[in-house]
Design a protein around this ligand. Sequence first.
Ligand code: GLU
Length: 502
Amino acid sequence: MTGVRVRFAPSPTGPLHMGGVRTALFNYLFAKKNNGSFILRIEDTDQNRYVKGAEEYILKSLQWCGIIPDEGQGYGGDYAPYRQSERKEIYQKYIQQLIDDDKAYYAFDTPEELEKLRAQSEAKGETFTYNYRNRRQLKSSLNLSKEEVQKLLNAEVPHVIRFKVPAGRELKLMDLIRGKVTFDTSTLDDKVLMKNDGLPTYHLANIVDDHTMKISHVIRGEEWLPSLPLHYLMYEAFGWDAPQFAHLPLILKPEGKGKLSKRDGDKHGFPVFPLEWKTEEGVINGYRETGYLPEAFINMLAFLGWNPGTEQEIFSLEELTKAFTLDKVSKSGARFNPDKAVWFNHQYIQKTDNQTLTEDFQEILKEKGIDTNDDFDFQVVSLLKERANFIIDLWEQGSFFYQTPTSYDAKGLKKVWKSDTLEILNKFRTKEIIPFEAERIQAEIKNFVNENEIGFGKIMMPLRMALVGSLQGPDIPILMDMLGKEEVLKRINSFISFGENQ
Ligand code: GLU
């Protein structure tokens, strides 16, 4: 396929939702797979919904994910500007073309008048549709003379420009994911294309930009499927070839029904945004701050609505690019499984080399005010990596490597503390272990057990309690070796005094 140009066209109305990132990802993959271009366009014509910082957030999020546009806002290109608010003149020119060709018309109805009509329809149990049935009775350029229209325009009477939807046509349109979709144009609204403020609505700006930016495929969320017939009719009205369309399935709540929302994230404790988002009420953590690696996040997202048709689940961005095709995107909604997201991160932590993990882990240590030691920290990482889902788990499961326990797990204590524990520990701490190294320690524990005719658990469990504070942690001789004689004795002594005071 040649000449593939796709776009991600978010509106800067708040932080980019993970569903938006998935749309960007699928566009990116499709472009790369087909040697095409991936374009970032900012659709900011709705001034009321504009949120400061949102555009910057979108750019940063894509960067973090490695979904880098070939062209677009922040990247430049031959079709600039890529921010719709900077393209006003372009839309003016094209809306005039539609008016001149009798494909669009001025409507002077006031919000109050429209509200009244809406209420009347509702009273009859109908929904009000502004279309061929009533457009002749309403205050529009279709019913007024040219002069009357001009007079109203000169007097700056508030108005909008609406699309004149042709009635009574059955549109059989092609969606690359859904196949044939049929629409009856008589059910459509004469949508507003240009608002009173002279700014285009989404529909006009979107079509004009997709055409002028030579977009070959529109890949977007399922929520835009109802707009497809209108968009198709607009291409027709302009006399342009329409791009091909693909509507991606919704991302559903973990429960399976309904679209995934921020509230689901709050409820289940998982992020829905890629990066943190600061509001006046506080900071909402994103995937990045929760400890997800961008590669894991992307891999997880790719599987929301797509699968390669094989058993393979771990894909780098490059591998995804090779494997991705739209025919493997499903029609039905993709249920989001937060556990699966964690699983993906676990896989990527395991794939990351220990040196890199150590460096990331040391960032956490520094934040905790703990001195780093390359060899020691590397060893900690090597010991704990296997069980870590996130880098922070290395700290949560291994803080005892750095801090003397200040309390002891109550459940563990019950299991461990027996009438002879004090005596056993007192005896053990006076034992000479030279050199104080794992292998020697292992041998001396064995000797100690034999000499005293006790079971292994009698010394191992109290030692573990003393050193870790709970019955968790790595192999005891290795831990003792890492902590060093002095620290080990300090911890045993603290545990003894704790036991004595019980
Ligand atoms: N600006 C629209 C959005 O925010 C873009 C829809 C489209 O891709 O056509 O979702």
